[in-house]
Design a protein around this ligand. Structure first.
Ligand SMILES: NC(=O)c1ccc[n+]([C@@H]2O[C@H](COP(=O)([O-])OP(=O)(O)OC[C@H]3O[C@@H](n4cnc5c(N)ncnc54)[C@H](O)[C@@H]3O)[C@@H](O)[C@H]2O)c1
Length: 257
């Protein structure tokens, strides 16, 4: 077996559910020792059990990425971290800018953007000493084109800008920083959401050239690639993983035969 991440410690935020859980599982399957960080203690324990059942190592840590003391404690527990995946995010309460309350705006930006700063800051300290490391941010297509969710969009756009700056600032230390911008990824919770709003799902699906959404495994495979030696020359890259959603505009009548 060709382990892509053998001997590496990977800390993955928001690993207790959805895409983060799949990234954690995939990193473990590629030989990494995983530290799964989440505020959701139960979900995170489940992620750890799934990974351990597969014979790999996982240490679950309960922490809030928006709280500096939590993040510092998580990195103390983790020990030296070779790979950081900044995946934790929230968007509940978000929508039209004029309707987002100030506390909701502050909380969404704190989790989605400040959390990236706090976790990256902790990871970078050790990575700079060892002059090696890989950081993968999970942004979104919302950072690239206006769709919905004002606070989330602002935070995800901030991540894209930070990715480029961090690549420039830390490249000389042998540290690579990249971001993935996924389109709609069907997780268990998005499945539950669209089961409630089938019209929304149908409208959204129409916007995808192949009329299909992505899966958590698509994001996990991309994250492994970017963090592994195969992704060695990727630095400051914004990888759009959206099934063509943002590739262009398709005018239906032009394609009707
Ligand atoms: N699902 C999609 O369609 C989609 C599309 C584009 C981008 N993304 C991005 O992918 C990432 C994962 O999304 P998902 O769909 O798996 O979401 P999810 O809600 O299923 O999982 C997010 C995880 O983050 C955790 N989390 C929330 N706040 C936290 C905090 N303060 N500290 C630590 N953990 C916290 C949650 O408990 C949860 O386990 C996010 O960055 C999201 O913006 C998702």
């Amino acid at each position: 077996m060709d382990w892509k991440l053998a001997g590496k410690t990977a800390l993955i935020t928001g690993a207790g559910n959805g895409i983060g859980r799949e990234i954690a599982r995939r990193f473990a399957a590629e030989g990494a020792r995983v530290v799964s960080l989440d505020v959701d203690r139960e979900g995170n324990a489940q992620t750890a059990s799934l990974i351990r059942e597969g014979g790999s190592l996982c240490e679950p840590v309960e922490a809030d990425v928006a709280v500096a003391a939590d993040v510092e404690r998580a990195f103390r527990i983790a020990g030296p971290v070779d790979i950081l995946v900044n995946n934790a995010a929230i968007w509940s309460g978000d929508g039209l800018l004029h309707e987002v309350s100030e506390p909701e705006w502050d909380r969404i930006v704190a989790v989605c953007l400040k959390g990236v700063y706090l976790c990256s800051r902790e990871a970078l300290r050790g990575m700079m000493e060892r002059r090696a490391g890989a950081i993968v941010h999970i942004s979104s297509v919302n950072a690239l084109t206006g769709i919905h969710l004002a606070a989330y969009t602002a935070a995800k756009g901030g991540i894209v800008s930070l990715t480029r700056l961090m690549a420039v600032q830390y490249g000389p230390f042998g540290i690579r920083v990249n971001a993935i911008c996924p389109g709609t990824i069907m997780t268990e919770s998005s499945r539950r959401h669209y089961d409630q709003y089938p019209d929304q799902e149908a409208e959204l699906r129409e916007l995808y050239p192949a009329r299909k959404f992505g899966a958590p495994t698509d994001v996990a495979g991309c994250a492994v690639f970017l963090a592994s030696p195969q992704g060695e020359f990727f630095n400051g890259s914004i990888v759009v993983l959206d099934g063509g959603l943002t590739a262009g505009v398709r005018i239906p009548s032009l394609y009707r035969r």
